[in-house]
Design a protein around this ligand. Sequence first.
Ligand code: MG
Length: 338
Amino acid sequence: MKITATPFELELRYPFTISKFSRTSTPVMLVRIEHEGFTGYGEASMVPYMGESMETALAFLEKTDLSWVKFPFAFQEITDYLDSLAPGNPNIKAAIDIALHDLRGKIEGKPCYRYFGSDPALMPVTTITIGIDTPEVVIRKVKEAHMARVLKVKIGRDNDRELITTIRSVSDQPIYVDANQGWTDREAALDLIHWLHEQNVVLIEQPMARDDRDSNAWITERSPIAIVGDEAVQRLADVDLAAGVYHGINMKLMKSAGMSEGYQMILRAKELGLKVLIGCMSETSCATLAGAALAPLCDWADLDGPFLTRNNPFEDPEFRDGKWILSEQPGLGLKFRD
Ligand code: MG
C-alpha cells in the first residue's frame, strides 16, 4: 500500500478573520493511497491554530508504514496504530483515514455514506460562513451566499451586535454564531445571547474559554439557544466531558483524526443526549464530501469549505436547497477539475 502526499495552498475567497487572527490561505496536504489498482484520496487541512503544518504532516507520514494493512481495512486497528506513532497530528491522521474510506468504497463499489448508515434524505442544510468585515463587505458576502438556507457568523469582538444587525438588514435566514472562546464575562455573554435569540440566532459555538467548564455550563443552563462545544471537544474522549457543559458538540474530521472516530463521536454524543454539529476547516471537496457522508447522522452541518475557497482542485459537490447532495459514485465521489 503506497501513500503519496502533495502539499497544496488553498486560497480563501476573502481573508478569514475570527476573534483572534486573520489569514488569506490555508495549507492542505492531499494524500493518495494506492492499493491493487485503486486510488483513495484524503485531505489534511492544516489551519495554523491546530499546530499541524506541512513539516509536521510530512514528518508524520515519514514514520507511517501501512505495509501491514490488508483489505478489508480494520479501521480501529489503523487508528490505534496511527495514535501509537504520535498522540497529536489529528489532521494528517484524518487525511489517511479519509483516503482509506474512499479506497474502501472504490474497491467495493459503494458510496462511503452507506458504511455509516447515513440516510441522504436526512441531510441537514449547511451553513455558509460570513466572515467579519466592514459592513459593505458583509452585505456583499451575504448576497453572494444567497444559496444558503442558514448563515454562520464568527463573533466575539466588541461590534457583535453591529455585525448581526448588518446581516439582518439584507437577510432573514437563521444564523449560527461562533464565539470561538471570545467572550470573557458570562453575565454579559448571556445578555448578548438573549439579544441574539431575538435575531433568530439558533446555535452558538464555544462562548467562553474551553477550559472554563463552569462558565460554559452556567451559560448552557440559562441559554434559550443551543450552546455547542467546539474547541473543548477534540476527540472521542472529550465527548463525555461535554455532557452537562454544552447542549451539543462540534465534530470536525480534522479534530477527530478522521471518519472512523468522527462516527464514534457522533454515536457517543447521541447516547449522552448531546446534539451534533458537523463542522469543517478551510477544506477542498475531499474533506467536505467525507464530512457530508456523516452529516445525515448530525443535527446541524457547517460544511462550507468549497464556498469559501477559490482554487479547489476538485469539482464542487452538488448543492441543492441549501444541502450537499451525496454522490452515488463509489467512495467519496470526488472528481478532479479538468
Ligand atoms: Mg467553531
